[in-house]
Write a protein that binds this ligand. Structure first.
Ligand code: URA
Length: 222
């Protein structure tokens, strides 16, 4: 742990005897219990919103940062965007409990503004440590901010959504599937089918899900 109290920033952590990995300890390791690096976010947040989901998930979703509901409840994607994501996961035969969901920054920016470059950089160690520990089969970037942050280039997200790229992230080459943010489907309903298809693709590519909830068959209902 650093003097800022940052638990997962770069350090290996883990139990002294890691021959038998303990999942709950691993999950606990992925939490950032305290951090004071971004003055504006420390001011605007109620709490740090850590990633949720299994510490060995094959599929990792990365959003931008917590909104009001997430800040209130301490969990990523539990507001209206989260409802859309949950619907798409269910439609793809994926359970929210089987995937990991996190954000580029863990504290709510004031007035839901985008995180600044400095805030993204300040939080990057936490995200990289989570990715390194998880080592997922596939990372899905939800929106322009996480796509640009992880690929380190500008991204035309509407045009590039659904594309799969390899990128060097947290010390290794990782498979990344770009997606529009679920909120985009609320502003522009024509993006909904594409978003649902991208999430279904994520399930197929990562080997996660394929459960009984009906896959593409419900797309026509929306
Ligand atoms: N939008 C995000 O990018 N992340 C959340 O956790 C919620 C909404």
């Amino acid at each position: 742990m650093t003097e800022n109290g940052d638990a997962i920033d770069g350090g290996p952590g883990g139990s002294p005897d890691d021959s038998e990995p303990d999942e709950s300890a691993l999950d606990e390791d992925l939490r950032v219990p305290s951090c004071e690096r971004c003055p504006a976010l420390v001011e605007s947040r109620s709490r740090i919103v850590n990633g949720v989901g299994p510490a060995d998930a094959d599929l990792l979703f990365v959003g931008e940062g917590p909104g009001a509901k997430e800040d209130e409840r301490g969990e990523p994607f539990v507001g209206r965007s989260g409802d859309v994501l949950d619907d798409a996961l269910r439609d793809a035969g994926l359970a929210r409990a089987d995937v990991r969901i996190t954000n580029c920054v863990r504290c709510r920016p004031p007035e839901n503004r985008d995180p600044t470059a400095e805030e993204l950089a300040n939080c990057r160690g936490h995200l990289d440590a989570e990715i390194d520990r998880l080592d997922p089969e596939l990372i899905v970037t939800l929106g322009k901010v996480p796509s640009e942050h992880l690929l380190d280039r500008s991204v035309a997200i509407t045009a590039e959504s659904g594309e799969i790229v390899d990128a060097r992230i947290a010390g290794a080459s990782r498979r990344v599937l770009l997606s529009v943010h679920p909120a985009a489907t609320l502003y522009d309903r024509s993006q909904r089918d594409g978003f649902f298809e991208t999430i279904a693709r994520a399930g197929e590519l990562s080997g996660t899900g394929g459960g009984e909830s009906g896959g593409q068959s419900r797309l026509g209902e929306f």
